[in-house]
Ligand binder design. Structure first.
Ligand SMILES: NC(=O)c1ccc[n+]([C@@H]2O[C@H](COP(=O)([O-])OP(=O)(O)OC[C@H]3O[C@@H](n4cnc5c(N)ncnc54)[C@H](O)[C@@H]3O)[C@@H](O)[C@H]2O)c1
Ligand SMILES: [Zn+2]
Ligand SMILES: [Zn+2]
Length: 395
């Protein structure tokens, strides 16, 4: 089959690779109909997440038809499913508590040593996201093996097209959980750093969860315009002093809750950002966290800090003093996708949530390399790329 594979920093390629096979009774094989490129994939593209091996198949946002099932799968051939990017067994201590992204059974034993020394505990399995998370082949491919297929995939009705449901795999529940973690109370002012797909869904979710005002921060006019379209007030951080603007827009108090939807590759020219970026470039520090530091400094006393953005290493210059002295709460984590699927699918079906407004480009899977390059280097215009296996590349 054809698949998008990683070969090093800024080097991804379309390759012909072996088709996946059923390995365990709970597996299913999915023929991918749509798959997307995520901001998390850019961290792999940029080489800032360790544990990648040349030839790894990327992709963790995908959906398609079931074409093969193991003897213990509850899926049926022909069903149309969306697959969570987090791989969860459904039965361990963590899955039973709906902490699906902390599943203890999905990262194979021989891979657990990679993340345990780093974090104290092994990470759970994720599709297409380095050997730290199990080294599972991802879904930017024609076919993909889905372990624990009796737990993860959600069957979607044919009445909803791919663009409406594809993002249930990751960024929609991620934006939703980001807002949940911000513990929004009716009328709250919520500030969101980053107007990529995760930030945009966090803005939409914050309003649905009762925010009175949402303030979105980014530098790209195209992305800020999408945030404005959702009803957010916007700040271009290259033109405006963010803290001063936020204070003014929140009655001099600071936002009640802040959401960092930027993660470990924050841009900017503040001294801490320059230091972080330099260290990241020479490989002696994984996280560039200017946006997170700024969010912590800006949030009001007693406020909530929600971090959907991905971080990987040992951050320095962390403003713990502000966290302590202002009495802040911080919540973060890979998304417990499975927990939110039912409710979000229902809201999509009812027309309460539109997932299609942020798709800027639909490309054939064969054009995936162009998709990565533009999603990385033309972020203003390329907000979200959906790849379609089996469609022709136009000359
Ligand atoms: N927690 C999870 O399970 C989960 C799931 C999906 C994605 N993520 C993470 O969420 C983050 C965002 O994902 P995305 O797909 O939206 O990525 P993206 O790269 O498309 O968007 C990031 C946005 O942040 C903006 N930005 C950069 N520096 C900034 C700053 N200093 N202030 C304000 N904005 C700034 C960029 O201009 C860009 O628009 C990534 O770190 C991604 O890995 C986490
Ligand atoms: Zn993702
Ligand atoms: Zn589990």
């Amino acid at each position: 089959m054809r698949a998008l594979t990683w070969h090093g920093k800024h080097d991804v390629r379309m390759d012909t690779v072996p088709d996946p096979e059923i390995m365990n009774p709970r597996d299913a094989i999915i023929e991918v109909s749509s798959t997307a490129i995520c901001g998390s994939d850019l961290h792999l593209f940029d080489g800032v997440i360790p544990g990648m091996v040349p030839g790894d198949i990327l992709g963790h946002e995908f959906m398609g038809r079931v074409v093969e099932v193991g003897s213990a799968s509850t899926l049926k051939k022909g069903q149309r499913v969306v697959v969570p990017f987090v791989i969860s067994c459904g039965k361990c201590f963590f899955c039973e508590r709906q902490l699906f992204a902390a599943c203890d059974n999905s990262n194979p034993a021989e891979k657990q040593d990679l993340s345990e020394p780093l974090y104290g505990h092994a990470m759970s399995g994720l599709f297409g996201y380095s050997h730290l998370t199990g080294g599972y082949p991802g879904g930017q491919a024609e076919f993909v093996r889905v372990p624990f297929s009796d737990v993860g995939p959600i069957v979607v009705p044919d009445g909803l097209d791919d663009d409406q449901v594809l993002f249930l795999s990751d960024i929609l529940p991620t934006g939703w959980m980001a807002a949940k973690n911000a513990e929004i109370e009716p009328g709250d002012t919520v500030a969101v750093w980053g107007c990529g797909p995760v930030g945009l869904f966090a803005i939409q979710s914050a309003f649905l969860q009762g925010a009175g005002k949402v303030i979105a921060i980014d530098e790209y006019p195209g992305r800020l315009a999408l945030a404005k379209g959702l009803g957010a007030d916007v700040i271009d951080f290259t033109q405006t002093r963010v803290r001063e603007a936020l204070m003014e827009m929140s009655g001099g108090m600071g936002p009640d809750a802040v959401i960092d939807a930027v993660g470990m590759e924050s841009h900017g020219w503040a001294p801490d950002a320059i230091m972080d970026n330099l260290k990241q470039k020479i490989g002696i520090g994984a996280d560039s966290a200017h946006a997170l530091r700024q969010a912590i400094i800006c949030v009001r006393k007693g406020g909530r800090v929600s971090i959907p953005g991905v971080y990987g290493g040992y951050l320095d210059k962390f403003p713990l003093g502000a966290v302590m002295e202002k009495g802040l709460q911080i919540r973060t984590g890979q998304t417990n996708v499975h927990k939110y699927l039912g409710e979000l699918l229902h809201r999509i079906g009812e027309g309460e949530i539109d997932t299609t407004f942020l798709i800027s480009h639909r490309l054939p899977l064969e054009d995936a390399v162009r998709g990565y390059q533009n999603f990385r280097y033309n972020q203003n215009e390329w907000t979200k790329v959906v790849l379609k296996p089996g469609t022709e590349v136009r000359a």
